[in-house]
Design a protein around this ligand. Structure first.
Ligand code: GRF
Length: 200
């Protein structure tokens, strides 16, 4: 059983998919806390519905990012978190955070990395005119969406796709591969060598 801490800023559909995978027994673990930088994040409400502990931490109350990160870490340590899952977390974590949870932070990105990192990946993809996009689950390093890749899933982009329709297609796949990646982690099957992840 692993203890999972989720960081989320928004609607929390990936959080929901992870909660369901745990309930179905696919992930041997428990979400011990959901932390948000947004008091109105729907993710917090979803967590509360399942009686998961939640924390809102206001970035403005801290003098810099490291102090803010330390406050989140304090919460994660209290809960003995083994894996930090970023699920629509809109704030970049600082080097101190990344070092504290080295190879224990996962993120999902709505593009096939290393294409279209950063914000508005689906918009970038549609505007670029690519034919295939998708989503990527990766470990988080100190760069932006640059850490070792765990799983990817492709979707076709059609001529009439908009940012919204592509985002919707990708999201369906996100809800499959994110719980799967966490499942693999919980089974101790992910091995990182350099920037590659091997699945045992
Ligand atoms: C997803 O598109 C994910 O790829 C990105 O942020 C979005 C979060 O959506 N990192 P949700 O809050 O899980 O619904």
């Amino acid at each position: 059983m692993i203890n999972i801490g989720v960081l989320a800023s928004g609607r929390g559909t990936n959080l929901q998919a992870i909660i369901e995978a745990i309930e179905e027994g696919k992930i041997k673990g428990e979400i011990k806390v959901v932390v948000s930088d947004n008091p109105n994040a729907h993710a917090l409400k979803r967590a509360q519905q399942y009686l998961i502990d939640t924390r809102y931490i206001d970035f403005k109350e801290f003098k810099n990012r490291e102090e803010y990160d330390k406050e989140i870490i304090k919460t994660l340590k209290e809960k003995k978190i083994d894996l930090v899952v970023l699920a629509g977390h809109m704030r970049i974590l600082g080097p101190y955070f990344i070092r504290t949870y080295k190879n224990k932070i996962m993120n999902i990105h709505p593009a096939l990395l290393p294409s279209f990192p950063g914000l508005n990946a689906q918009k970038q993809a549609v505007e670029y005119g690519i034919k295939i996009s998708g989503c990527t689950v990766h470990f988080v390093d100190e760069g932006v969406d640059s850490g070792p890749i765990i799983l990817q899933k492709a979707v076709e982009v059609s001529d009439d796709d908009t940012e919204e329709s592509l985002a919707e297609k990708i999201l369906k796949e996100e809800h499959q591969i994110y719980p799967w990646a966490i499942q693999l982690f919980s089974q101790g099957r992910l091995m990182i060598k350099g920037r590659k992840v091997f699945i045992k």
